[in-house]
Design a binder for this molecule. Structure first.
Ligand code: HEC
Ligand code: HEC
Length: 396
């Protein structure tokens, strides 16, 4: 939803130490909060109710805390795009309270989890990524992702790999999307910057407990904290399974924003996709992948989803490496960012360090990067070619 963004930017929550987007202008005002076309009444209703859960600012009486980062999904995914809220991950030392800075206090807590005063500690700032089109990402057939992994291994230019993950949450009989059992460990990680979780319901439950301290049947325990607080102002579980699933359904049902025709100085340009492929961008940012024919939402089933990712982990070099291991993903690896809704973003890459598309591309090149040849090809383009490719990227 649009209404809150200017306010959020003007008034960054006090005490939030890391707000890299504070003060930036809103770049485009076109609506992005749209559901998939052709949904039946059931899914339209889930989208609308899920939108309300996603926007809701939780309070202490709802079970917020004892520690938290922000109080609403939308405060880190404003307009479903990137930021303004950020998360700081920690690594490099024993971390008894977990790998995430949680600076806000509720429900009587007095000691936040900050950055430990230890020179060995590594910090990694991450801006909430855009969440458009994530239903497509969940629906992509496993076989498609494995096919691309094998093709990359054969061609030898880049070497993406599937992040195999375990199902974390309890069984979720209310959702028809996955029949995984807790403990299943052959799932393809799809969500998060390092593809650490396999399903949107799991991600939603994880965000509720990790970012807000809201427990649910999928994540029944408060995270460890310095005062050993096991609960908050709302005794027991804070959320129903349905609330978790509604937030996931909202994200799942968000459309890929409409992609207008690319133009340079008012004139249409047609060769953006060809230049993108020629530079090897499409090897990782695979333009389309087939979704499962049996995915339970017809609009997402058996379609060529234009996701511009391979859902694989890649080493993008020293400069982007953050030193944080997540599951089997190393401190150098990142899932190829889906290029969805780029024109709604105001900053690019996991920490928002790039403010232009050109900077985002150039940041792919540092020692050890699998994308080095691709950036070299970008550099070798003529200035008009680069302008046409940029203009096309802007439409994604
Ligand atoms: C404090 C900021 C913050 C809040 C609050 C927050 N998120 Fe996020 N979200 C992030 C960050 C940062 C990531 C990237 C996580 C990572 O991999 O490190 C993320 C990732 C995601 C993703 C994965 C997107 C992708 O491309 O893989 C989804 C889905 C998501 N969040 C949904 C939610 C939902 C639903 C809520 C509310 C229940 C929520 N988020 C609350 C910051 C936040
Ligand atoms: C080896 C695989 C690989 C290749 C080749 C590659 N990328 Fe990427 N790209 C990634 C990964 C991984 C990320 C996420 C990095 C991060 O967040 O730090 C990314 C991020 C991006 C982003 C930022 C998206 C966002 O949501 O912030 C853009 C834009 C982008 N790539 C464009 C390109 C273009 C254009 C090319 C070709 C010149 C290219 N990429 C080549 C893997 C690749």
């Amino acid at each position: 939803m649009k209404h809150a963004l200017l306010l959020v930017l003007a008034l960054p929550a006090c005490g939030v130490p890391d707000d890299p987007l504070a003060g930036l202008e809103v770049r485009q005002e076109d609506p992005s909060d749209l559901p998939l076309a052709d949904l039946d009444a059931h899914w339209r209703d889930r989208f609308a109710r899920g939108d309300a859960v996603f926007e809701r600012t939780h309070r202490a009486a709802d079970g917020l805390g004892p520690l938290y980062i922000r109080a609403a999904c939308a405060s880190c995914h404003a307009d479903d795009a990137r930021g303004p809220g950020a998360v700081t991950k920690l690594a490099g030392a024993p971390l008894p309270w977990g790998p995430t800075v949680r600076a806000q206090l509720a429900a009587g807590a007095t000691v936040p989890v900050g950055v430990p005063d230890d020179p060995a500690v590594v910090t990694s700032v991450r801006l909430g990524p855009a969440v458009f089109g994530r239903g497509y990402l969940e629906a992509i057939d496993d076989a498609e992702i494995e096919r691309v992994e094998a093709e990359q291994a054969r061609a030898g230019v880049v070497s993406g790999r599937v992040h195999r993950v375990c199902r974390v949450g309890a069984e979720n009989p209310d959702q028809p999307f996955h029949d995984h059992r807790p403990g299943d460990c052959d799932l393809i990680g799809r969500f998060g910057f390092k593809a650490r979780l396999a399903t949107l319901d799991d991600f939603s439950a994880d965000a509720f407990v990790g970012d807000m301290g809201l427990t649910s049947p999928l994540r029944p325990d408060e995270l460890p904290n310095p005062e050993d607080l096991a609960d908050d102002e709302r005794p027991g579980l804070d959320l129903t399974l349905d609330a978790v699933n509604l937030a996931a359904d909202y994200v799942r049902l968000l459309a890929i924003p409409a992609r207008p025709e690319a133009r340079v100085e008012g004139r249409p340009v047609g060769d953006g996709p060809a230049l993108f492929a020629q530079a090897g961008c499409a090897t990782c940012h695979v333009p389309r992948l087939r979704t499962r024919a049996d995915y339970p939402i017809p609009a997402l089933a058996g379609v060529d989803a234009e996701v511009y990712t391979d859902v694989l982990l890649h080493d993008l070099g020293d400069a982007l490496a953050d030193g944080v291991q997540e599951g089997l993903a190393t401190g150098r690896e990142w899932r190829t960012a889906p290029l969805i809704g780029l024109r709604h973003l105001r900053a690019y890459l996991h920490d928002g360090r790039a403010r232009t598309l050109e900077d985002a591309v150039l940041a792919h090149d540092s020692p050890g990067s699998e994308a080095a040849t691709s950036v070299a090809a970008w550099r070798a383009f003529t200035a008009p070619e680069r302008a046409r490719l940029r203009a096309w990227l802007e439409t994604l």
